[in-house]
Design a protein around this ligand. Structure first.
Ligand code: AMP
Length: 420
């Protein structure tokens, strides 16, 4: 392995592609910020216990995929595999739910870690932007989150995504269904691991991707037939609200998702250009999670959208984001005196809020102009000894190729004017 290779299942974000990642984070969070969601940031690691209790002891995430460590002080920690448990923990710690302002609406952006088998679109370190609305049971809140995610993807220019929607029931009706499903599953021809899953988390068996398993599941009892009246009414209201908003979705009663804490509304955004790792984002309601981690009853709903897969989806659809050039003005000094003078102009431009860069390292004109081109700058400032002697700099419009001498003293103001 080369010394310069990132660890297995990880990759670095480098320019220019990294700019797309920033733009995606920005595009996903913008609708949230405009809808009353406040920014929250939590540590990259938590006590293992939080995820074991929150995400669920029977999930793949907790049993197989967590990066755990014991500190020198003996604390058992885990790199965060997802955001919801941490955000809820932090909200409870800060008593945000007691400020008399429910729901507590929060958004976050960060790195997550899962020890998964790496493949295209599946990494051990990945990035999510998420939103959580804590402390309120209201179908309009579920609808709001689905609509905002749809808005974010559309704003990015994505079209080939689908929204899958389901209801997982609540603590009244889900256990009845669970038992009916277990009874059905126990009679099937399944391997040992899947048989164990029937006892711990039978709904996950419905999620099995293998064709021979799926074939046996055709006649499995349907959660839909077991939903209690309250859950049915709630789900119908969510469906009606997002339909009224013009958001297209598909009912998918097989959608159970990989985390134990979901109740009622669950949804997933899938993109058809991504192959097997097609989920670009997902979420749902988690009315029991607060109590699972030792808090009060706080019905909540949230989602997390994967930044990595959203970028892959953009690439799959051939969407080029309209990213403005980072640098507006590029300065090319020829000689020591010009270096001092133009460096001063660049500083002045930057202080005036104009993005400017400089040919460092005393390079020749040709190489420096190449860098100017590559920077995407609209204007280049070039100055040599003769220019300085005349009190001017050469201002080149990189779009038209036109070049003219402008007075050195007024160069920054002239650029500010031209750049509007
Ligand atoms: P989840 O927390 O499993 O519901 O995941 C939410 C979103 O995070 C998914 O839809 C993916 O876009 C993204 N995601 C989850 N796991 C990975 C991973 N191993 N690699 C890349 N993206 C991931």
């Amino acid at each position: 392995m080369s010394t310069f290779q990132a660890p297995k299942g990880t990759y670095d974000l480098t320019p220019p592609r990294s700019a797309t990642f920033l733009a995606v984070r920005e595009a996903i969070s913008a609708p949230l910020r405009d809808s009353g969601y406040g920014y929250i940031e939590t540590p990259g690691f938590e006590n293992v216990e939080l995820f074991a209790r929150g995400v669920g002891e029977s999930t793949d995430i907790v049993t197989k995929e967590m990066y755990t460590l014991t500190t020198k002080g003996g604390d058992q920690l885990a790199l965060r595999p997802e955001g919801t448990a941490s955000v809820l923990r932090a909200a409870l710690e800060a008593n945000l739910h007691k400020a008399g302002n429910l729901p507590v609406k929060l958004w976050y952006s960060g790195s997550y870690y899962r020890y998964e088998r790496p493949q295209a679109g599946r990494y051990r370190h990945f990035s999510q932007v998420g939103a959580e609305a804590i402390g309120t049971e209201d179908p309009a809140l579920d609808a709001e989150l689905i609509i905002l995610a749809d808005q974010a993807y559309r704003a990015l220019g994505l079209r080939q995504f689908r929204i899958l929607l389901n209801s997982l029931g609540d603590k009244e009706c889900r256990p009845v269904y669970r038992e009916a499903l277990q009874t059905f599953l126990r009679d099937l021809d399944l391997d040992e691991e899947t048989r164990r899953r029937i006892e711990i988390n039978p709904l996950r068996v419905l999620d099995d991707k293998r064709a021979d398993v799926q074939k046996q599941l055709t006649d499995a009892p349907k959660l839909r037939d077991y939903l209690c009246d309250a859950c049915k009414a709630y789900h119908e209201e969510v469906r009606a609200l997002i339909t009224a908003a013009g958001v297209v979705f598909e009912d998918d009663e097989k959608l159970v998702r990989g985390l134990d804490y979901y109740t009622r509304t669950t949804f997933e955004f899938v993109h058809d250009g991504l192959g097997s790792q097609s989920a670009v984002g997902g979420g749902g309601r988690y009315d029991g999670l607060s109590e699972m981690i030792g808090g009060p009853e706080l019905p909540s709903v949230g989602w997390a959208l994967g930044v990595d897969r959203t970028v892959l989806a953009l690439e799959a659809e051939g969407v080029e984001l309209d990213l403005p050039a980072v640098t507006s003005v590029y300065a090319v000094p020829l000689g020591d005196e010009a270096r001092r003078v133009l460096f001063g102009v660049v500083t002045e431009l930057r202080r005036a809020g104009i993005a400017a860069d400089f040919a460092f390292g005393g390079r020749g004109l040709k190489g420096a102009m190449k860098s100017a081109n590559r920077s995407g700058a609209r204007y280049t400032l070039v100055a040599g000894e003769r220019d300085l002697a005349e009190g001017v700099v050469q201002l080149k419009d990189m779009e038209s190729g036109e070049q003219s001498a402008v007075p050195l003293a007024g160069a920054a103001a002239e650029l500010a004017k031209r750049l509007g």
